[in-house]
Design a protein around this ligand. Structure first.
Ligand SMILES: CC(C)(COP(=O)(O)OP(=O)(O)OC[C@H]1O[C@@H](n2cnc3c(N)ncnc32)[C@H](O)[C@@H]1OP(=O)(O)O)[C@@H](O)C(=O)NCCC(=O)NCCS
Length: 205
């Protein structure tokens, strides 16, 4: 099974798969908007013949305003795997790729909605680290409730680059000078211990 980026050319096949599996569908306009606006976060799965057998459509919200409030977050908009290929880890791989791609964009968390009655998908999301957030009553056209689930980005906020203070520059320079380490070790070896502890410290370096 090959997992690769979702391209505009995949739209028709992906939508056909969606129509087979999910009662409601986004407009082609929305799919196109997601793929053109966030081209790095949606993926497809194709079998050995190159046939599309699964996809995840994702997007990113909240990043256009300054200051960013609420924090920029990712959304899983749609996920589907062809019946023949289910329970083989395809959705897991698609979801992980999308999560990693959105984490690379610096999102705080990824959110999704799932039908209250879709226990299979809920189990999948639970296994992937998504936690129940809240219920939206009658969210779907047939009146079914939605569960909102969320997976935090463990690396948010992104770590800051280490700050090297000016005063440490001479030390860094000395430590990286060729022969400096040997010189220090030789000095330590020559030093006569004044008490038992000093001997211990020198031996430990
Ligand atoms: C939900 C769906 C995407 C799962 O795809 P998949 O490729 O079969 O999922 P995975 O093989 O990665 O499943 C990983 C784990 O999730 C859980 N899981 C997945 N489908 C499940 C199901 N129908 N019932 C119970 N648990 C399920 C299992 O724990 C599974 O591990 P296991 O097979 O070792 O027991 C697929 O069934 C599907 O396309 N359904 C129709 C569309 C849909 O419901 N999309 C989600 C809308 S929110």
């Amino acid at each position: 099974m090959n997992i690769r980026l979702f391209k505009i050319e995949d739209l028709v096949d992906a939508q056909a798969l969606n129509l087979q599996n999910i009662p409601e569908n986004y407009s082609l306009r929305f799919w196109t908007y997601c793929l053109l606006t966030w081209p790095t976060v949606s993926f497809v799965a194709e079998n050995s013949q190159g046939k599309l057998v699964g996809y995840v459509l994702s997007s990113v919200e909240g990043g256009m305003k300054r200051p960013i409030r609420p924090p920029r977050h990712g959304l899983i908009d749609s996920l589907s795997v062809s019946k023949r290929y289910r329970r083989g880890g395809v959705a897991t791989r698609l979801m992980e790729k999308s999560y990693e791609a959105m984490a690379d964009l610096g999102i705080a968390y990824v959110e999704l909605s799932v039908r209250a009655g879709n226990v299979g998908a809920q189990t999948l999301y639970d296994r992937l680290g998504y936690q129940y957030e809240r219920t939206v009553p009658r969210y779907y056209q047939n009146g079914e409730d939605a569960f909102i689930m969320r997976r935090p980005n463990e690396n948010y906020p992104p770590p800051k680059a280490p700050v090297i203070r000016k005063s440490t520059t001479p030390v860094v320079k000395a430590l990286t000078t060729p022969g400096f380490r040997e010189k220090v070790l030789a000095t330590i070896r020559e030093e006569k211990p004044t008490n038992g502890n000093a001997q211990g410290r020198a031996a430990g370096t």
